[in-house]
Design a protein around this ligand. Structure first.
Ligand code: CA
Length: 234
């Protein structure tokens, strides 16, 4: 029998924890909970399969929890539960290493779809189904065996999502993908809305890490009005 996946819920509002627990268990997940940031970080380090992380928490806020988790080398998928849409850019733009966010109040159906998509991506990556043929250019190397990306032989720290976006684009050099395509292919979402700007934010973050000059990128290129593609020259 397949082992149950564990979702850690870090949230101080008990009513939200209860409804999340109910729905997650109904979907077949094991649920761990924490009601403050310190306990959340402690439990996050026990290797759950995914973390749902509130921002405003007692003792240590969600951003700090996520940042601390990444500093300790964990790559567990983190979905931030934000109170306001305006926080969304902050979630993805800050150096906290979150994979995704969802705005409260959220639809349970949408949240469950995201949980499932994020866990499935991780499982696929671990089973080594990621495309092994990686393009490299501009001093960039991608090693799918250990998920290590290097720039001029210097390792680069990427979030899981940044790594997946990079490997996806680099596996199809020269092919232009719209933001909607990328949302479906890399984020595994079967729907799109305003969320396409998530793609822009992730591309921007990735460029800052891998490009010699992020303002004039040579690896991840923009086809104006269409989307993004990986340079075919290497
Ligand atoms: Ca809260």
């Amino acid at each position: 029998m397949e082992q149950k996946k564990t979702v850690l819920v870090v949230e101080d509002e008990k009513s939200i924890v209860d409804i999340l627990r109910f729905n997650l268990e109904k979907e077949g997940y094991a649920v761990a909970t924490a009601y403050d940031g310190d306990t959340g970080l402690e439990k996050a380090l026990e290797n759950p399969d995914l973390i749902l992380l509130d921002v405003m928490l007692p003792k240590r806020n969600g951003f700090d929890v996520c940042r601390a988790l990444r500093e300790k080398g964990s790559s567990v998928p983190v979905i931030i539960l934000t109170a306001r849409e305006e926080e969304a850019d902050k979630v993805l733009g800050l150096e906290i290493g979150a994979d995704d966010y969802i705005t409260k109040p959220f639809s349970m159906r949408e949240l469950m779809a995201r949980v499932k998509a994020n866990i499935r991506r991780t499982a696929m990556q671990r089973s080594g189904s990621a495309d092994a043929a990686m393009a490299a250019g501009g001093g960039l190397t991608i090693n799918p065996e250990n998920y290590q990306v290097c720039k001029h032989n210097k390792p680069i720290d990427l979030t899981q999502r940044e790594y997946e976006l990079l490997t996806f684009l680099a596996s199809h050099p020269g092919k232009v993908y719209s933001r909607t395509d990328l949302m479906e292919q890399v984020w595994n979402y079967g729907y799109v809305g305003d969320d396409v700007r998530t793609v822009d934010v992730t591309v921007r973050r990735l460029r800052e890490k891998i490009e010699d000059d992020p303002a004039s990128p040579a690896l991840i290129l923009t086809r104006r009005g269409v989307g993004y593609y990986f340079s075919a020259e290497s």
